[in-house]
Ligand binder design. Structure first.
Ligand code: HAM
Length: 461
């Protein structure tokens, strides 16, 4: 018989399987707990959105939108001509801002603090830590700008910097709760892109002009990507990882000397606030990020064991983005953690810690506390009862659907990594006392049906 061609997961996507998914769940649960203590609530935006949303928010010239976005076309059956371009979301900040506008969140108590987790899609070249479907855990703080706040600009700047620092503190708290090793925070300020004043470009615009003219002088020494970026987005040249470009980039002008007074004050206050919170950081003047919506604060966190894709979190401030998407004037700051990379790094650290220690037994794919080894028609009903009362007590149970010889049952229980086997046969039914075997040390004890849930609940905690 001819074998049928099999299907495979698409390049850059993968199945996450047990027991690995247990760590994913723990990470997500910890995020919910920590973010909850900082006053964040969960938002679950859709996975596809109008493609234009990302083009406008992230920037049509960015790699994410121009090269990596998965787009599709959709239409209502009633109107074949009314076609809309959709995109699988490459990130979720744009979606959160869209939702802020759509649900009039400027009328909620401000700021609005939201977190999300879920899959994102980018058509990147797959490699370790880089996938086409990957998972982010992110958070955003959005705050409508009230007319009265314009009065005390200095106070507002200090407040914004404190919000930035608190958001960063939250990620670092989360990482340290997970015992992530070697997390390194880098911060920068990329100023703001105000329109020219008296024909003069200030802050980031002035810097970009200066940078462009300096880059033009060394154009011949740069690679094709950087040459192209001199025109499209000179800031991204600073992101280049090409070895031969490094000494050239190091000599380029730096944004710090171009920042306007407000941006300087904001950045200084951010650093002071991080110190107050005992959050260690390094400054990196080349940290410009690959999305267009940022202003002032940008930050990234790297972790160990990830090779070249070592950024485990990226974020920054994006005042004005909500307005750009048709909403009210609003400020924003947020980040997204690459969950795949976070998990990789946690696994690498765990492996490193285990070196020199004996190999642990293979983790069970389904973690089981109790395997019920039953035999005989009468024992079947008792086994079902026992499974129900144990599960109600939070104990995980494997109940074989058909009777098995006790030897076979114990073998399977061991294979599954079960901690106990509950033995139920004619003898047990007659005596009213069931046999519980501890599979780790082989010891046995007798328990009545009513003693069982309480004992196992304590024993498996
Ligand atoms: P991003 O830097 O594009 O920022 O992505 C954040 C993180 O997602 C990265 O640091 C990385 O850990 C992970 N990541 C990105 N692409 C991939 C990939 N192909 N495979 C695996 N992991 C990946 C954003 O997405 C912004 N929305 C963050 C933000 C939120 N800024 C403000 N608020």
């Amino acid at each position: 018989m001819a074998t049928k061609a099999r299907f495979q997961a698409i390049r850059g996507t993968r199945d996450l399987l047990p027991p690995d998914t247990a760590l994913w769940n723990r990470v997500e649960q910890t995020a919910r707990e920590i973010f909850g203590t900082f006053g964040f609530g969960e938002i679950r935006p859709p996975i596809f959105e109008p493609a234009g949303l990302f083009a406008r928010a992230v920037g049509g010239e960015t790699d994410i939108v121009s090269k990596e976005m998965y787009t599709l076309e959709d239409y209502e059956a009633s109107d074949l001509l009314d076609r809309t371009a959709l995109a699988l979301r490459p990130e979720a900040t744009a979606s959160v801002c869209r939702a802020y506008i759509e649900h009039n969140m400027q009328q909620w108590p401000q700021p609005v603090r939201l977190y999300y987790m879920g899959p994102m899609f980018r058509r990147e070249r797959p490699q370790k830590g880089r996938y086409r479907q990957f998972y982010q855990i992110g958070a955003e703080v959005l705050e409508a700008v009230r007319p009265e706040t314009a009065k005390d600009a200095v106070k507002e700047l200090a407040k914004d910097a404190a919000v930035d620092a608190e958001v960063i503190e939250m990620v670092m708290t989360f990482f340290s709760r997970l015992q992530l090793e070697g997390a390194q925070l880098e911060v920068n300020s990329i100023g703001h892109a105000a329109p020219p004043v008296d024909g003069k470009n200030v802050c980031r615009r002035g810097y970009v002009e200066h940078l462009r003219s300096e880059l033009a002088k060394v154009k011949d020494q740069l690679g094709a990507d950087s040459q192209r970026r001199i025109e499209t987005n000179p800031l991204r040249v600073l992101d280049s990882k090409l070895e031969h470009e490094q000494p050239i980039i190091e000599k380029l002008p730096r944004i710090a000397s171009h920042l306007c007074e407000e941006c300087k004050a904001h950045y200084a206050e951010l650093k002071r606030q991080l110190d107050l919170r005992a959050v260690p950081y390094k400054e990196n003047w080349r940290l410009v990020r690959g999305l267009d919506y940022y202003m002032r604060t940008t930050f990234e966190i790297t972790a160990r064991g990830l090779g070249s894709q070592n950024a485990v979190c990226g974020g920054g401030r994006y005042d004005g983005l909500v307005e750009l998407l048709g909403g009210p004037p609003a400020k924003g700051i947020g980040f997204a953690i690459g969950e795949d990379r976070l998990i990789l790094s946690l696994e690498e650290s765990a492996k490193a810690r285990a070196t020199g220690k004996p190999e642990s037994t293979v983790a069970s794919r389904q973690s089981i506390d109790v395997y019920i080894a039953w035999m005989g028609a009468n024992a079947c009903a008792a086994a079902i009862r026992a499974a129900r009362s144990l599960r109600a007590a939070g104990v995980s149970v494997e109940l074989p659907p058909a009777e098995q010889k006790f030897g076979k049952a114990l073998e399977r229980a061991a294979k599954l990594g079960s901690r106990f086997a509950l033995i139920l046969g004619e003898n047990e039914l007659q005596s009213g006392e069931w046999t519980l075997k501890n599979l780790a040390d082989g010891s046995q004890r007798k328990l009545t049906e009513s003693e069982l849930p309480g004992f196992l609940e304590r024993a498996t905690q």
